[in-house]
Design a protein around this ligand. Structure first.
Ligand code: NAD
Length: 350
């Protein structure tokens, strides 16, 4: 049986990746390594936790000794590395946490893999999951390609850029087999409600203000999380050693248009009069260093590996809203005291 280590599998994207691999590959044993920060939630994997080919390991990637011991205990055929601090706003208030987890944690994994795999580097694969934010900010036109120069601007994107570089360095210096993918904004079930879409759904439902940075003119590309998980499956199995693949939804929205669309869907779902939810939109002071536009060219992944997004945004956003409305308990359970404090601090100091 092949052993695959997935880090950050209790988080938003990781939980969808873990479920996909556990269900699709009964001949793989999936080890989900996660330290369960505020963003990690094993409730996300309740439906598969008793499967024979699944094991959860509570561990912190910043603990080098623990990583070395794990790689000595298990010969992992491959690693899909998603564990990270992932929220840009938190990176602005606490950059060091991002440096520790995203840079040091990644190096700890690379070192543990390098030692464990040293005699058979060509039998193993280290796959790093990254973000399009490493490329910086675009003007009104153009797309990020795999050869766009890195130009990260937030502590979050800088830490992810740094870990991308380190993964490439282990490929060139030590001969480790690696692939990297850089994806645009994900949305869908199980996303922690500090991020734009679940935060707005939750606030609309509870008749609370929907905070929009600046004038809401920033543009992002959005991809349904299961389409990202499907791309990760393809790249893990068919991606070429040493290559990078961009993943995007060909689906650009200004934040304000996106929220208006979401308000429309919520009005229908909640039986409210048209325009009712949009009254909750509240413009707040812009995020420091807020990148204007991200847009991504996924043609390499589409042409070489045959991937394409399966869901149109209209369908994806409706599915997402349905999921959050049907899973009120999941939402209430994670809106802890810690989250409430963070939320108050984030949006009351404007
Ligand atoms: P998330 O914050 O929902 O989940 C991160 C997971 O990592 C959590 O389960 C957390 O407990 C775990 N974790 C954090 N620090 C850890 C540590 N020190 N040791 C072990 N586990 C730790 O994040 P997400 O949105 O699911 O993102 C997953 C990955 O995908 C990240 O690497 C992120 O940079 C990347 N990414 C995210 C998006 C997006 O839109 N969310 C887009 C592109 C790339």
């Amino acid at each position: 049986m092949k052993k695959l280590l997935i880090t950050g599998g209790a988080g938003f994207i990781g939980s969808h990746v873990v479920r996909l691999f556990v269900e699709k590959y009964p001949d793989y044993h999936i080890f989900n390594l996660d330290t369960l920060t505020y963003a990690g939630n094993l409730e996300n994997l309740k439906d598969i936790e008793n499967k024979d080919n699944y094991t959860f390991i509570k561990a912190d990637i910043t603990d080098a000794e623990h990583m070395n011991a794990l790689f000595a205990e298990h010969v992992f055929d491959g690693v899909i590395h998603l564990a990270a601090e992932s929220h840009v706003d938190r990176s602005i208030s606490d950059p060091l946490a991002f440096i520790k987890t995203n840079i040091l944690g990644t190096v700890n994994l690379l070192n543990a893999a390098k030692t464990a795999w040293k005699d058979q580097m060509d039998q193993h694969l280290f796959y790093h999951i990254s973000t399009d934010e490493v490329y910086g900010s675009l003007g009104e036109t153009g797309l990020f390609t795999e050869t766009t120069a890195y130009d990260p601007r937030s502590p979050y994107s800088s830490s992810k850029a740094s870990s991308d570089h380190l993964v490439r360095a282990y490929h060139h210096t030590y001969g480790m087999q690696v692939v990297i993918s850089n994806c645009s904004n994900n949305y869908g079930p199980n996303q922690f409600p500090e991020k734009l879409i679940p935060l707005s759904i939750n606030n609309i439902k509870n008749n609370k203000p929907i905070p929009i940075y600046g004038k809401g003119e920033n543009i992002r590309d959005w991809l349904y999380v299961l389409d990202h998980a499907r791309a990760i499956d393809l790249i893990y199995h068919q991606g070429k050693n040493g290559e990078t693949y961009n993943i995007g939804g060909i689906n650009e929205w200004t934040n304000i248009d996106l929220i208006h669309k979401l308000c429309e869907v919520m009005d229908t779902k909640l039986g409210r009069a048209k325009g009712e939810s949009a009254k909750l939109i509240t413009f707040v002071k812009d995020r420091a260093g807020h990148d204007l536009r991200y847009a991504i060219d996924s043609s390499k992944l589409m042409n070489e590996l045959g991937w394409e997004p399966s869901l149109q945004f209209e369908e994806g956003i409706e599915k997402t809203v349905d999921w959050y409305l049907a899973n009120e308990e999941w939402l209430n359970n994670i809106i802890s005291g810690d989250y409430e404090n963070y939320y108050q601090k984030q949006y009351s100091e404007r």
